[in-house]
Design a protein around this ligand. Structure first.
Ligand code: HEM
Length: 459
């Protein structure tokens, strides 16, 4: 393979690399714990009494969701800390900021996990822990914001699209996190329509903010692997960034179709949601050249993960567009189709892109180590993606079954009995996803773990 200038600076080392590696290790620990709790929650579908007195489904579910979302944020943050000095060509502005952030995040997470085990809730969807702990999350993000803007100091007119994407993700995370806690004020809390509209708006846009961070990372890794700086500076690249930004700001409305809010909000968000058809069109248009590139670079582990993410983008986009049509959303809302959409995107797209970033960093740092684990890594990628296909399909199928049962006015218990085969498929394939991803987690943790310094020679 030809070496392009864009590939060269990757091998430089910076004084904060060890801290970035610790950050990535923390993110993998979140994933490890999150997968175990997700598997427990899935088995509790089949065996509701399983560990009920130790950790019930009502505890396992929100803790699973908190941990896997923390995996997404933390892996994106760890990657950013590693890439920032390389993109800027200089050391981080505030080096100790990484350690400050890591400690703040670790303390907040420990408090959150303890409160879940202790049965203390009080928060809302995705952040169901006591609301005061949300402050810990907000504070822990500040060092990265400071480091991002003061290390890069980019010229925005010429900055590649991933810098825009990262910057937008960081700023919008802070905005949407603040919005997601507006419910603590009476003005929102006292009016159910206002409360639910703002809450869904905040959470919908927060998903958009982490997508910006993750997609920016994916674009950067892609540029480094291909050595082609063109796509991230092209007009098409910026067009799709702005399309993503518009969706981040407005397409949350499809979460609120069932709320009696102003009709114009729903119309705007419906029209914006449909602009995603353009992204779908682009993927189909580029399919052939994507396949050609895939054949060329498939040996590259990070590239392989990016190809799988691409397939999941396609499948989830089709599902997202369908459930954004109000006439269909009326039926799909509250069924397992929504869960398929949430997990299909967070596992298939976000997790695959972030794993690509982790293995890209590992290959840069320790190519020999990655090569020695190649077979296991390939097995992990294949198992997790094949199992995800079954998992995703079983969730969509049980959603369709629920819709057909409610149209036929069948009883709840009859619908549940009919759903059991799909729940079994969901649970067993979920356990297989866990097995596949754990292979990747263990190898990555093993390779990230710092080697001890060699002993000084004996006199
Ligand atoms: C990277 C891996 C994963 C991510 C990012 C992830 C993400 C999520 C998200 C976002 C939700 C909330 C869905 C919603 O509110 O609609 C969820 C729920 C759930 N997940 Fe996962 N998940 C992962 C892996 C797994 C695995 C492997 C299993 C099973 C073995 C699992 C089992 C569950 C269960 C049982 C729920 C609750 C579903 C319900 O409310 O009925 N997850 N997950």
């Amino acid at each position: 393979m030809n070496t392009h200038p864009a590939q060269l600076p990757v091998n430089n080392s910076y004084s904060t690399d060890n801290q970035s590696r610790s950050y990535l290790m923390l993110s993998l620990c979140y994933l490890l714990l999150g997968l175990l709790l997700g598997t427990l929650g899935a088995f509790q579908y089949l065996l509701p009494d399983l560990l009920k007195n130790k950790i019930s489904f009502q505890q396992a579910r929100p803790l699973h969701v908190y941990l896997v979302i923390s995996w997404i944020f933390t892996a994106a943050q760890g990657g950013l800390y590693y890439y920032l000095p390389r993109v800027a060509g200089r050391e981080l502005y505030w080096k100790q900021g990484i350690t400050v952030q890591l400690l703040l995040q670790l303390c907040t997470s420990i408090l959150i996990i303890v409160s879940f085990f202790d049965g203390q809730f009080g928060g809302r969807e995705y952040f169901e822990f006591p609301p005061s702990l949300g402050m810990g999350i907000a504070l822990s993000w500040l060092p990265l914001l400071i480091n991002f803007f003061l290390t890069l100091r980019p010229d925005y007119r010429t900055a590649p699209v991933y810098i825009w994407s990262w910057g937008t993700g960081l700023v919008f995370f802070m905005i949407t996190l603040s919005e997601s806690y507006l419910w603590i004020f009476d003005y929102f809390n006292g009016n159910i329509v206002r409360d639910m509209t703002v809450q869904w708006k905040a959470m919908g846009s927060m998903v958009g903010s982490w997508n910006m961070l993750v997609y920016g990372t994916g674009m950067y890794v892609m540029e480094r692997i291909s050595g082609d700086k063109g796509p991230c500076r092209s007009k098409t690249g910026y067009f799709f960034y702005f399309l993503g930004l518009t969706n981040l700001m407005f397409n949350w409305g499809h979460h609120t179709y069932i709320i009696p809010a102003s009709p114009w909000v729903k119309t705007v968000s419906y029209v914006i949601s449909m602009t995603e058809l353009l992204i779908l069109g682009k993927i189909i248009w580029q399919w052939k050249s994507t396949l050609k590139d895939a054949r060329k670079n498939y040996h590259h582990i990070a590239y392989r993960l990016l190809v799988f993410a691409d397939i999941w983008i396609f499948l989830n986009l089709v599902l997202a567009i369908l459930i954004s049509v109000p006439a269909l959303n009326y039926y799909t809302h509250g069924t397992h189709i929504t869960v398929a959409h949430a997990m299909g995107t967070t596992i298939g797209i976000n997790t695959m892109l972030l794993m690509a970033s982790v293995f890209f960093i590992l290959k840069t740092e320790n190519e020999e180590g990655v090569e020695s684990g190649r077979k296991t890594i390939h097995a992990g990628i294949l198992i997790s993606n094949a199992a995800l296909a079954v998992f995703w399909g079983s969730l969509v199928a049980s959603g369709i079954l629920k819709i057909s049962s409610s149209l036929n006015r069948e009883s709840f218990s009859y619908t549940m009995t009919k759903s059991i085969p799909f729940f079994k498929l969901f649970t067993y394939s979920g356990a297989a996803i866990t097995a596949g991803l754990l292979l990747l987690v263990f190898i990555a943790l093993w390779l990230l773990y710092p080697e001890p310094d060699p002993l000084p020679p004996a006199d």
